[in-house]
Design a protein around this ligand. Structure first.
Ligand code: HAM
Length: 424
């Protein structure tokens, strides 16, 4: 026997039954974002590798070791997108969207990172990503976090906590960086080889190291919040006060640095206790300066992304009405060749009228057709055999009750529309 093929490690199929739950989450996001003025954007899965290197940062885990990169026939280096922010900025610049009314965007789609797969961590995963360009005001920072939390709440996920930090700006971060480098150098013998390398390349990354000894070495490390300039401090104070006004609970986490290099000032993560090691449901922050660095206008930017697989894990068996939407309204039980031909056409008419209709294409026995109707959870069956055809009628069988009634074939569409609607 031939060996069946498997999906690529860390990449999952989303099967019917689960898809409904995904669509519920996606549609809830779309509706909510629309209210806040965000418009949907879709970008290619592949981009020039340079785009991610220049935005996420050369010395990040994502760019150093997690990208799916290959060369095309012309030798150009391309990568599957590991996140959406860089691609959306690229599209914003390329299409000169700053000259249009569009400045708030969202994107829902797959991302790719070559990480070690485990619960909540995959190699293909999906993000609900939101970005807003050209708005400097801290009111937006607070509103964005409010919106992220509100989305999770609407979906039914309540047990999450919003962690907040400021990462300073190019004016104040360098002085903090050298203080931190000094601190790390004093403890160099305690650090893992990766962190030793990070001291010069990207010392802030050490805060994210999972090695217990490094964690311990960083316990008394200085925090950037104590080193930020007045402008950054004021911004941070306002963000917090707007969050207070909005009634959004948050926890200050001065050791949170995020895994991507483009952030300035506001950084946040939404974390949970229920996902083990992969505790971040989402994260984001400000990246003023990045749009200009990527060749665009000098506009500030801020955004966040939520991980859809992690949302799904948190939703668990939470009941949505999603299953209902895949229910079959009508199953056609067609007996004999003439009934099959007639029923086949009636099925299309019923579908045109908006009902979901299934039939057995293989002229099986009445019993096995009824069994299939049951299996599909059909609300009613329409039974047409030679006798019924002769009299231009059909039997409508209510599957749950087991009761049956006769209907003229000509009245079938309005009659079924009425019975099905009555139950919806
Ligand atoms: P991130 O923190 O790298 O940020 O990812 C955001 C979320 O994506 C994470 O909190 C997590 O829920 C999910 N995620 C990340 N990696 C994986 C994985 N391997 N498997 C499953 N889920 C994962 C960003 O990507 C930024 N672009 C967010 C942003 C938008 N910042 C500003 N604008």
């Amino acid at each position: 026997m031939k060996q069946p093929l498997q999906a690529v490690r860390g990449m999952m199929d989303i099967l019917p039954g689960e898809v409904e739950k995904w669509r519920f989450v996606e549609e809830t996001a779309r509706t909510l974002f629309h209210r806040f003025g965000y418009r949907e954007i879709r970008t290619p899965l592949l981009e020039a590798t340079e785009l991610f290197a220049r935005s996420i940062g050369e010395a990040t885990d994502i760019v150093e070791k997690e990208m799916y990169t290959f060369h095309d026939a012309k030798g150009r280096s391309l990568s599957l997108r590991p996140e959406a922010t860089a691609s959306i900025i690229r599209a914003f610049i390329q299409h000169q969207l700053h000259t249009t009314r569009d400045r708030k965007f969202f994107l829902i789609g797959p991302m790719f990172r070559y990480e070690r797969p485990q619960k909540g961590r995959y190699r293909q995963f999906h993000q609900i990503d939101v970005e807003a360009f050209g708005i400097q005001d801290p009111m937006l920072d607070a509103e964005l976090m409010f919106m992220a939390v509100q989305l999770l709440q609407t979906i039914g996920i309540k047990d999450v906590s919003l962690e907040l930090n400021t990462l300073g700006c190019p004016d104040c971060r360098p002085s903090f960086r050298s203080v931190l480098q000094g601190y790390l150098k004093e403890r160099i013998e305690l650090l893992c080889p990766d962190c030793v390398r990070r001291i010069d390349r990207n010392p802030l990354r050490c805060f994210d190291c999972k090695v217990p000894q490094c964690k311990q070495a960083l316990q008394d490390a200085p925090h950037i919040v104590d080193f930020v300039c007045n402008n950054c401090a004021n911004h941070f104070e306002l963000v917090k006060s707007y969050l207070d006004d909005l009634g959004v609970n948050y926890v200050l986490n001065p050791a949170m640095v995020r895994g991507l290099d483009y952030y300035v000032r506001t950084a946040f993560e939404i974390v949970t206790q229920h996902l083990g090691a992969q505790n971040a449901v989402g994260g984001g922050g400000r990246y003023d300066g990045l749009i200009k660095d990527l060749g665009g206008p000098d506009l500030p930017g801020i955004g966040f992304a939520l991980g859809v697989e992690r949302i799904m894990l948190l939703m668990g068996d939470l009941k949505s009405d999603a299953d209902e939407s895949s229910r079959v309204d009508v199953f056609m039980v067609l007996l004999g060749e003439n009934a099959r031909r007639k029923g086949f056409l009636i099925a299309q008419k019923l579908r045109e009228a908006g009902l979901s209709v299934e039939l057995d294409y293989e002229s099986k026995s009445a019993k096995s057709q009824m069994r299939l109707a049951d299996k599909l959870g059909a609300f009613v069956s329409v039974i047409i055999g030679d006798d019924e055809l002769k009299q231009s009628i059909a039997q409508i069988r209510f599957m749950k009750e087991g009761s049956q009634r006769i209907c003229e074939l000509d009245d079938l569409v309005p009659e079924l529309l009425a019975v099905v609607k009555r139950t919806k």
